[in-house]
Write a protein that binds this ligand. Structure first.
Ligand SMILES: NC(=O)c1ccc[n+]([C@@H]2O[C@H](COP(=O)([O-])OP(=O)(O)OC[C@H]3O[C@@H](n4cnc5c(N)ncnc54)[C@H](OP(=O)(O)O)[C@@H]3O)[C@@H](O)[C@H]2O)c1
Length: 340
């Protein structure tokens, strides 16, 4: 079977498409025929050896997949459902978080990290959904406790988690302001998610915080969703509303020089800085996480969600897929879709 392999660390161009042997599922594992693989920024870090996890070489990148279970290992059993290992069966359509090795035709997954792919979803949507919608629902509902009618400022609003936050906020009755660094991409999300106000923090007008304060009648935003960090975080501290919540989701702008908060700014607004770590939440609170997905999958089945995939590539175009992410061309998600 074909795999797009990282044999030595480097940029996307250093990946090579090769035939590799089919892996055997071990205890608690399933073998998947990969039908689609979501592409994420950490895939780039992984192949350049800049990520906290370091799979042994050679490996293919690709952390979240949707596909069909074609074999099960010992201890894996009798029907998919809650994600428990003994409920996954051969023939099931599943979504799986695997960390790496998604850019290949077949891959192994831990059975207890698989969830049933809803009937309402195609494989590409399934491979693009879990990380982004899981993170943003957990952030807004569990951590931000956002209420209908509140104002939500989404930074990095054109990206994977940002677009999911806009989509979820719409369903929760919050008023979203979409912020990003590219007018054309902001215009796209405005149309998809019925967003009234957008703010480009890269444009040279007056400070970003002043524009947010103006849009909110001087109050500031009740909840600020921040997957970016950097200078925009400093501005966020200055346009949060009284008793507002700033959700620390990620550091897309600079993963090395992390922003610091002046605590007097929090005091003056009675505001809170709230950390969001979805991966750990799924391990610490699997039942609550499953409940969140019941809600999200229900909304999807009812046609209430609009997950957006701006770029699709074949496996032999995987380098272009990683380039699209690296060059900030994607709106929503980029997905590698396998040939039939
Ligand atoms: N806490 C958690 O549990 C959790 C879960 C998932 C992801 N994350 C983190 O959240 C962040 C975003 O993830 P994502 O999947 O949404 O990524 P993404 O799809 O690549 O989107 C990130 C957005 O950030 C903007 N951006 C990219 N590089 C930037 C830079 N150098 N400076 C300023 N803006 C930049 C881009 O928007 P424009 O080009 O339009 O400006 C892009 O659309 C990542 O750091 C990721 O690790 C955290």
């Amino acid at each position: 079977m074909k795999a797009l392999l990282c044999k030595q660390y480097g940029p996307p161009e250093s990946l090579v498409l090769e035939d590799i042997p089919r892996p055997e599922p071990g205890e608690g594992q399933v073998l998947l025929r990969v039908r689609a693989c979501g592409v994420n920024f950490p895939d780039l870090l992984l192949i350049e050896n800049k990520y906290q996890e370091r799979p042994t070489l050679p490996f293919s990148p690709g952390a979240e997949v949707a596909g069909d279970v074609i074999a099960v290992g010992p201890g894996v059993g009798s029907g998919v459902g809650s994600g428990a290992a003994n409920e996954v069966r051969e023939g099931d359509r599943v979504i799986a978080m695997i960390g790496s090795r998604g850019f290949q035709e077949e891959t192994l997954a831990d059975a207890d990290r698989c969830v049933a792919l809803p009937d309402s979803m195609d494989y590409a949507t399934g491979a693009a959904f879990t990380l982004t919608y899981g993170t943003s629902y957990h952030a807004l509902v569990d951590r931000g406790r956002i209420a209908p009618g509140e104002t939500l400022l989404v930074l990095g609003a054109t990206g994977g988690v940002g677009t999911a936050a806009l989509d979820i906020a719409r369903n929760l009755g919050a008023r979203a302001i979409a912020a990003g660094g590219n007018d054309a991409k902001l215009e796209t999300v405005r149309e998809i998610y019925d967003v009234r106000d957008t703010v480009n923090y890269a444009s040279g007008e007056d400070p970003f915080k002043d524009r947010v304060n103006r849009l909110t009648g001087g109050r500031g935003a009740d909840v600020i969703y921040d997957p970016i960090g950097g200078e925009t975080f400093q501005q966020a501290l200055r346009c949060i509303a009284w008793e507002g919540r700033i959700l620390v989701v990620g550091f897309a702008a600079d993963g090395v020089n992390l922003p610091q908060a002046r605590t007097n700014l929090l005091l003056l607004k009675g505001s809170s800085l709230v950390g969001v770590f979805w991966g750990r939440f799924t391990r610490e609170s699997p039942v609550r996480s499953a409940r969140n997905f019941d809600t999200l999958f229900g909304w999807h089945a009812d046609g209430r969600l609009r997950p957006h995939i701006s770029h699709r590539f074949r496996l032999d175009e995987g380098i272009d897929a990683l380039r699209a992410v690296a060059e900030r061309r994607v709106v929503g998600k980029c997905v590698v879709v396998m040939d039939d």
